[in-house]
Design a protein around this ligand. Structure first.
Ligand code: AMP
Ligand code: DBH
Length: 532
């Protein structure tokens, strides 16, 4: 019944409790605590529809009952893939209430990603949307049923009209709420990854609730907060930093946007008098370009949080003059550690650092390639452990052995330096990943797909600088000698495999060999240097 995860050592857990960080409450308390005082407050709106806290609570109860009737019970897992819509939060809370741990896939994930989540999790159910190309007909759902014996149920939401999901939450279905153990896994976050297969991050009620409560306090959210969720709702940033869950704890309102473009967001900002939002750097740049000529009143904006990828100082400097609001830099990870610049920080720190950790019990070590701590102010690899940083990927003993040190510090793969104030500056990365404007691509995962092509002998994917996205991806391909491969052929090949579009390399370079390091590994540094 218990979903496995690597627990924190007892003495640390005790410390986190003693400090009051772990409250031994389930994440579902986020909703129940609003019911007495704020049941008629609007929890979430999407431009056309809205739900009060009472409705969000009732609908998620109803859906929990329905899913229970369908055979789902505590200890099971599920996959959710929904666009930014009210149903996302109804479903998320319904599953939490049942004690079913979901992984919430991003909406741009495709066949291959969903299949690999099924493989890792062996879920009982999937809750998906017909707005996604994979679920417009029965073909893919049938293939999933055939391949995964565990899968009893695929519930499809139709954005318009009636659907099984709507039937499930609009009608009363009684269920007995199980006791939730706050020490146990509530749901899985997705890692941006740096390995061949996607990795899932078990998040417990205690650790996640603490990160959200503390984030809500740092960001000073309250009942008047109107937060625009324009990034994909399941992503750790707009879910928890402080994100929609932080807004719900504060009793404010989440307004959902379908995407972060100015065309979609500026009208919503005016209409709902949005006070807070979270963006990745490329979206912020679009906002800065379009705001001066916009007809929309953006005056209600108080804070724009920016994170997911490095924000340059020159862009950071424009936020207050152009958008008239405060900038907050956020450096976080689905694995745990989140850093914020604080509103009252020295303006220079807000412009040039990625913030400091949430918690005084977040432990930071910056180490060299031998694992030795570097001198104060020097840059090195970020290692961290703390009250909301996980202790192991789900069912990944081999990878965990290298992702953590003996003391349980997680190696994030970021190269950082720490200022005397505790603020971190992200200087680079030491993981095999491309950060495409906040969307993370595990090079090895895409390389493995390409190596499956009958005429590819070797391949290496590296980042190349890009003005808008920060980085794009380039694949260096060694093909069979007498074969003429083209960019078009390989793009089509990857799309047919069904991988998310952002993972398809932006550029292919056909070469006769790859440079090697002294020990005979592909020299990615040398490949990246070709773009300098
Ligand atoms: P993920 O593991 O997918 O949650 O991605 C987390 C990673 O995103 C971090 O380890 C960083 O590499 C990157 N990241 C997040 N926020 C920032 C930021 N503000 N500046 C630079 N990199 C960031
Ligand atoms: O990039 C991230 O994963 C991220 C960025 C900002 C994150 O997980 C977060 C804040 O919580």
């Amino acid at each position: 019944m218990r979903i496995e995860y690597t627990p924190w050592p007892a003495e640390l857990a005790e410390q986190y409790r003693a400090k009051g960080y772990w409250q031994d409450k389930p994440l579902t308390s986020i909703l129940s605590e609003q019911l007495n005082t704020n049941s008629q407050g609007i929890a979430v709106a999407d431009g056309q529809r809205q739900l009060s806290y009472a409705e969000l609570n009732t609908y998620s109860d109803n859906l929990a009952g329905y899913l229970n009737q369908q055979g789902l019970q505590q200890g099971d897992t599920a996959i959710v893939q929904l666009p930014n819509c009210l149903e996302f939060y109804i479903t998320y809370f319904a599953l939490l209430k049942l004690g079913v741990a979901p992984v919430c896939a991003l909406f741009n994930h495709q066949r291959t990603e969903l299949q690999s989540y099924c493989e890792i999790l062996q879920p009982k159910a999937m809750i998906v949307s017909s707005a996604h190309a994979l679920f417009t007909d029965e073909q893919f759902t049938q293939a999933l049923f055939n391949r995964f014996g565990c899968l009893n149920n695929i519930i499809i939401d139709h954005s318009k009209g009636n659907s099984e999901l709507k039937q499930g939450y609009l009608n009363k279905h009684a269920f007995t709420a199980p006791d939730l153990n706050p020490e146990e896994v509530a749901f899985f976050q997705l890692s941006g990854g740096s390995t061949g297969t996607p990795k899932l991050i078990p998040r417990t009620h205690n650790d996640y609730l603490y990160s959200v409560v503390a984030s809500k306090d740092i960001c000073e959210l309250d009942g008047d907060t109107r937060y625009l969720c324009a990034l994909p709702a399941p992503h750790n940033f707009p879910l928890s930093s402080p994100g929609a869950l932080g807004v719900f704890i504060a009793g404010g309102t989440v307004i959902l946007a379908s995407d972060p473009s100015p065309a979609v967001c500026f009208g919503l900002i005016e209409h709902y008098a949005i006070t807070h939002t979270a963006l990745v750097p490329p979206a912020l740049q679009l906002w800065l370009q379009h705001a001066p000529a916009s007809q929309h009143d953006l005056n209600s904006l108080q804070v724009i949080q920016v994170g997911g990828a490095k924000l340059s100082r020159s862009v950071a400097e424009q936020v207050t003059p152009v958008l008239g609001c405060q900038l907050q830099q956020v450096f976080g990870m689905a694995e745990g550690l989140v850093n914020y610049t604080r509103y009252n920080d020295d303006p220079e720190l807000i412009l040039t650092t990625q913030g400091r950790p949430i918690s005084e019990l977040d432990e930071i070590k910056i180490v060299d390639e031998h694992g030795q701590e570097v001198a104060q102010g020097e840059s090195g690899r970020l290692m961290t452990r703390g009250p909301y940083t996980f202790r192991g990927y789900y069912k990944s003993p081999t990878h965990n052995a290298s992702a953590f040190d003996d003391a349980g510090f997680y190696s994030s793969g970021d190269i950082v330096k720490q200022l005397p104030s505790g603020h971190l500056v992200v200087e680079g990365r030491d993981k095999d990943q491309i950060n495409r404007g906040g969307e993370k691509i595990a090079a090895e995962e895409v390389e493995n797909h390409l190596l499956g092509h009958e005429h590819i002998q070797q391949v290496a994917i590296v980042s190349m600088p890009d003005d808008t996205l920060g980085e794009k991806s380039c694949a260096f391909v060694v093909a069979d000698q007498d074969i003429k491969l083209t960019t078009l052929i390989l793009r089509k090949y990857l799309r047919q495999l069904g991988i998310a579009d952002y993972k398809v390399p932006d550029k292919f370079k056909f070469v006769t060999q790859l440079p090697l390091t002294a020990v005979g590994k592909v020299d990615k540094k040398a490949l990246r240097a070709t773009f300098e």
